[in-house]
Write a protein that binds this ligand. Structure first.
Ligand code: KIV
Ligand code: ZN
Length: 512
């Protein structure tokens, strides 16, 4: 058994399945480049057959990324698998990840297939995929709630057909660490050809145990691949969090004794990029990447840390990239310094013209804000990529009046398909008035299900980053906007969400 643990990142596939976390092709490409810097072993870039957008994203990532294996999910049918193979053409190292549900509940109620039909389809799909690529992962969806005898038969058969990785998901987050670890162990002991494949764990976080279950799958079960996402993003309560699982293995090397490829210095930058791109704010007390993860508030702790850091710190903030939080640029910084900083942050711009546009925005921001942090730059370019992706609505300017005892009033100028319009409204507060003004013109009818403001770099001089989540006809989208003026940031976020609602989605759900 090897002592190397494979880190399989599924932020761009399972993570993106969080309602509202959908990303554009360019956003996914940017995150994939950052995942490459982080040195994950496998990037699950999407589900190529689910939509044209996902196909293009997988294709673009397969062409751009050289150092990681690029993987596409596909249901267990020839059409999905062919589509995945087509999108992966051009990858240095390609993997098809095919799955079918094996639990009695899923087979009967969701698939309406008999166990025998599922068995045959699993075998035939792996055979078909192996004719297209050499690296095929098979997942038994809802594997943890499957019957052991049946699962052993399926797994033995797909390994015989050439599956190189076997993944046993806890699809609904029902597992308990010890039980899940033993489940994987029993499977590996009972499947006669189990040594011909790498075993993988994929845990959801519904009971808050995704990381613990994954680690038990590794230590008790002998799995050597963990599927995880940045910030634990994912359906419902999310997936196993990459940063937590990686730092557990690094910090407790004495216990796990496993090697990882990951460059942990890139963890915080990756977390920020995913959070700013999706609008999913990281809770302050989140392990490793939360703003308070290394902050010592109580006097006793502060005193201890000042005397000897390891009294209260088991990891060093700078080791996971927290030291990147420093003033980097200002008003006098030139285009070259800006370009270099973008590269250091893993932001790749397609053309010089894109850099010029971003630089102009940076200068505009530097005029209003004396210290520009990495977070500001990431916010600025993520806003850039959203507005490039869909240009139906774009912010131009805003004025508003609010005074104690008077009803606030706002007037917003924005473009609709390139044409400038002006809309006015009153509201409960200046933000409410601004968004009502936009809505009075657009008439999207969308319901706002979330509004949140976050200070990007921690002081009142900071930029405000606003996330607006809208829901309309069953679709949920997030819009993100940033500006030193939070009313403007709110208007930008609202317009960005409206742009996303506009773009049609013909997506097929992975677990549908
Ligand atoms: O949770 C799950 O079962 C999945 C599979 C599609 C691998 O995401
Ligand atoms: Zn999943």
């Amino acid at each position: 058994m090897t002592d190397k643990l494979i880190i399989f990142d599924t932020t761009l596939r399972d993570g993106e399945q969080s309602p509202g976390a959908s990303m554009t092709r360019d956003e996914k490409l940017r995150i994939a480049r950052q995942l490459e810097r982080l040195k994950v072993d496998v990037i699950e870039a999407g589900f190529a057959a689910s939509s044209n957008g996902d196909f293009e994203a997988v294709q673009a990532i397969a062409l751009a990324i050289k150092d990681a294996t690029i993987c596409s999910l596909s249901r267990a049918n020839d059409r999905d698998i062919s589509r995945a193979a087509e999108a992966l053409k051009g990858a240095n190292s390609a993997r098809i990840h095919t799955f079918i549900a094996t639990s009695p509940l899923h087979m009967e109620k969701k698939l309406r297939m008999s166990p025998e039909q599922v068995f045959e389809q699993a075998k035939q799909s792996v055979r078909f995929a192996r004719n297209l690529v050499g690296d095929v992962e098979f997942s038994a969806e809802d594997g943890y709630r499957s019957e052991m005898d049946f699962l052993c038969r399926v797994v033995e058969a797909v390994i015989a057909e050439g599956a190189t990785t076997i993944n046993i998901p806890d699809t609904v987050g029902y597992a308990i660490p010890e039980l899940y670890g033993n489940f994987i162990k029993t499977l590996r002991e009972r499947v006669p050809n189990s040594d011909k494949a790498i075993w993988s764990v994929h845990c959801h976080n519904d009971l808050g145990m995704a990381v613990a279950n994954s680690l038990a799958g590794v230590m008790i079960g002998g799995a050597r691949q963990v599927e995880c996402t940045i910030n634990g993003l994912g359906e419902r309560a999310g997936n196993c969090s990459l940063e937590e699982v990686v730092m557990a293995i690094k910090t407790r090397k004495d216990y796990f004794n496993l090697d990882l490829n990951i460059d942990i210095k890139q963890i915080v930058a990756t977390s920020r990029m995913v959070s700013q791109t999706t609008g999913f704010v990281v809770q302050p007390n989140k392990a490793v990447v939360g703003a308070n993860a290394f902050a010592h508030a109580s006097g006793i702790h502060q005193d201890g840390v000042l005397k000897a850091r390891d009294t209260y710190e088991i990891m060093r903030a700078e080791d996971v990239g927290w030291s990147a939080n420093k003033i980097v640029l200002g008003k006098l910084s030139g285009r070259n310094a800006f370009k270099q900083r973008l590269e250091d942050l893993g932001v790749h711009m397609e053309s010089e013209a894109d850099i010029n546009t971003a630089f102009a925005k940076f200068k505009e921001l530097a005029d209003r804000k004396s210290e520009i942090f990495d977070e500001d730059i990431l916010a600025l370019v993520s806003e850039e990529s959203v507005s490039q992706a869909s240009e139906q609505y774009a912010f131009v300017s805003l004025s508003q009046h609010s005074e104690t005892g008077e009803r606030p009033y706002a007037s917003v100028v924005f473009t609709v398909a390139g044409k400038e319009v002006k809309a006015d409204s009153d509201g409960n507060g200046p933000v409410d008035a601004s968004l009502k003004a936009i809505e009075s013109h657009v008439q999207s009818g969308a319901e706002m299900v979330l509004y949140s403001v976050n200070a990007i770099s921690g002081s009142t001089e900071s930029q405000g980053e606003v996330t607006v989540r809208l829901q309309n006809s069953g679709r949920v989208v997030n819009g993100v906007g940033s500006d030193p003026d939070i009313v403007v940031a709110s208007a930008k976020a609202y317009l960005s969400a409206l742009n996303k609602l506009q773009s049609k989605s013909d997506r097929v759900a992975a677990q549908g």
